[in-house]
Write a protein that binds this ligand. Structure first.
Ligand SMILES: NC(=O)c1ccc[n+]([C@@H]2O[C@H](COP(=O)([O-])OP(=O)(O)OC[C@H]3O[C@@H](n4cnc5c(N)ncnc54)[C@H](OP(=O)(O)O)[C@@H]3O)[C@@H](O)[C@H]2O)c1
Length: 221
């Protein structure tokens, strides 16, 4: 005798892929890094990642956002990718050294974008929300993540912020989409900067789609 189980729908696969784990760290926010690369490790085509993704990558991106309280992202990515004000209650926290919103003013004047600045950076424009952490021209990312204790953050890059967060041991999960492309070029690896702990992560979930995209979810135990 065999139990016949219907194949899960696409929506069910993605829901299982991004489901929040039952236990999360205490004393700081839970951080889920989500990025895409080509098969040869590239992260951008002509300076943006949009040409790498497909419908299912966008669905994973949206599903992770739907479970998050905050998006965390670097200013270079916000400007390059023309970040729009998010839907729902989500807020976009943008790491920057200076309060220059000229690259994407709509995100900040909408009230949905928050500048994350060092204490010694200049004043943010009127009506633009800000968080201050750290001095010496750098945001103290550990202090930021500790200050958001109890919240879920989806970290959307770019490679410099991802590299800093990984080196600090502040990334709990890594969602990696691999696009079936070999793009060569000059774009960065998914993460670069100071070295991170090379200890292996655990593969918690994965699937591929009919277009050859591979979706991986790694976690630190
Ligand atoms: N494939 C993907 O999934 C993906 C995802 C996101 C982005 N991207 C691509 O990656 C590129 C952008 O990434 P990126 O690595 O160049 O930049 P980024 O990580 O988006 O942003 C770096 C920004 O953050 C600032 N910064 C970094 N660490 C800081 C700290 N501790 N305190 C204060 N400010 C800090 C930098 O300021 P300073 O410059 O003043 O030092 C810079 O403005 C774009 O081409 C984008 O399309 C790809």
């Amino acid at each position: 005798m065999r139990v016949l189980t219907p194949a899960p729908s696409d929506e069910e696969v993605i829901a299982a892929h991004v489901a929040l784990p039952p236990t999360r760290p205490t004393g700081r926010a839970f951080v889920r890094l989500n990025m895409i690369s080509s098969s040869d490790g590239g992260t951008a085509i002509s300076g943006v990642s949009v040409g790498l993704g497909n419908r299912n990558d966008h669905a994973v991106f949206g599903a992770l956002r739907a479970l998050a309280d905050f998006v965390l992202v670097g200013m270079v990515t916000v400007v390059a990718e023309h970040y729009q004000p998010p839907t729902g209650d989500l807020r976009v926290l943008v790491i920057a050294t200076e309060p220059d919103i000229s690259g994407d003013p709509e995100l900040f004047t909408s009230g949905r974008g928050t500048l994350v600045l060092p204490e010694d950076a200049g004043a943010a424009p009127p009506q633009v929300a800000e968080i201050r952490a750290g001095t010496g021209g750098f945001v103290d990312l550990r202090a930021l993540i500790q200050g958001l204790d109890g919240h879920v953050i989806v970290l959307e890059g770019g490679p410099r912020i991802a590299g800093e967060m990984l080196a600090l041991g502040l990334v709990d999960e890594f969602f990696h989409t691999i696009a079936p492309m070999a793009i060569s070029g000059e774009s960065a690896r998914l993460a670069h900067g100071p070295a991170a702990d090379p200890a292996p992560w655990q593969l918690h979930h994965g699937f591929c789609d009919d277009a050859g995209y591979v979706f991986l979810r790694y976690a630190r135990d």
